[in-house]
Write a protein that binds this ligand. Structure first.
Ligand code: SF4
Length: 93
C-alpha cells in the first residue's frame, strides 16, 4: 500500500483533515527515511490551521512514524514524556 500523508491516513476518523495544508502534498515528505530532512514537511505544517488537531491526534493515537502537527517522532515522544511526568506530579501532590 502506498504511504499516505498524515491527513489522509486518519481521514476516516476525523474531519479536521479537510483543512490540512498537506492535502495533495507528496506523502513521502512526511515519512522521510531515517536521517533525511524533515524541513520541507515542517514548512508545510507551519502554515497549517489544523496543526493542533493533527498533533493531538498523533499523540492520542501513539503515532510512531512521520511528521504530525509539525513535530517529528522524537519531538512527540518528548511531549508525551513531559505530559506523563506532569500527570504523575499532579497525582503525587
Ligand atoms: S499539521 Fe502538518 S501533517 Fe498535520 S494536517 Fe497540517 S500539514 Fe498535515
Amino acid at each position: 500500500m502506498q504511504a499516505m500523508s498524515p491527513a489522509a491516513t486518519s481521514r476516516q476518523a476525523r474531519n479536521w483533515q479537510d483543512q490540512a495544508n498537506c492535502l495533495g502534498v507528496d506523502p513521502d515528505l512526511f515519512f522521510p527515511e531515517r536521517g533525511a530532512s524533515t524541513r520541507e514537511a515542517k514548512e508545510v505544517c507551519r502554515g497549517c490551521v489544523v496543526r493542533e488537531d493533527c498533533l493531538e491526534y498523533a499523540l492520542a493515537n501513539g503515532e510512531k512514524f512521520g511528521i504530525w502537527g509539525g513535530l517529528s517522532e522524537r519531538e512527540r515522544r518528548r511531549i508525551r514524556r513531559a505530559r506523563a511526568m506532569a500527570r504523575r506530579q499532579a497525582t503525587a501532590g
